[in-house]
Ligand binder design. Structure first.
Ligand SMILES: Cc1cc2nc3c(=O)[nH]c(=O)nc-3n(C[C@H](O)[C@H](O)[C@H](O)COP(=O)(O)O)c2cc1C
Length: 166
């Protein structure tokens, strides 16, 4: 059974989770930009992880076009894990029939480029101005203020269970 972990990470949280998964499964981990369709075709299963931007799992569409035989997806973001967050990510990324796992990463402002940093600050200001904020917006307001790291190897248990059952 040939497995491969493929990932797209901007500030390192997704890369860290990919490395932990590869270690647990004793398989390789590669950045999406270093992987070819021919390589994906040789795999029985691909575990893909992308960082979340505005609810989109980055790199997922590119990976999907390579038609992996079996795909398992994880998304890494800064929001608190909840059923609501998981369901909205599933819907937005068309993952209704594909196993999907949300993993809390964190925020690393010091590693972000100018534009992502500006986008987050603008989003934070816009939410702060709102009067009737949803639970998710309250969460964003608290979390998108400064850098933090919530990545934790323990969060991988459900994903590893799913992969090992295939
Ligand atoms: C412009 C921008 C938009 C973001 N949008 C979301 C989001 O919609 N949901 C979320 O949970 N996290 C969001 N984040 C936070 C990142 O997903 C989070 O920092 C993640 O851990 C980054 O992973 P990486 O280190 O692998 O790049 C956003 C970050 C940036 C810079």
């Amino acid at each position: 059974m040939k497995r491969l972990v493929v990932y797209q990470s901007a500030t390192g949280f997704t890369a860290q989770y990919a490395a932990w998964i590869a270690e647990e499964l004793s398989c390789g981990a590669k950045e999406l930009k270093q992987v070819s369709a021919a390589e994906i075709a040789q795999c029985d299963s691909v575990i893909f992880g992308g960082w979340i931007m505005g609810g989109n799992i980055s790199g997922l569409e590119k990976l999907r076009k390579m038609n992996p035989a079996k795909l398992i997806v994880f998304g890494v973001g800064a929001m608190s894990d909840s059923e609501q967050v998981r369901n909205s990510l599933k819907n937005q990324n068309h993952l209704e029939v594909i196993p999907f796992f949300y993993l809390e990463g964190g925020l690393a402002f010091e590693k972000m480029g100018f534009f992502p940093k500006m986008m987050l600050k603008t989003l934070h200001k816009a939410i702060a101005k709102k009067e009737n904020r949803t639970e998710q917006e309250e969460d964003m307001l608290k979390r998108f203020e400064g850098s933090f790291d919530h990545s934790d190897r323990e969060r991988l248990a459900p994903l590893l269970k799913e992969v090992q059952e295939i």
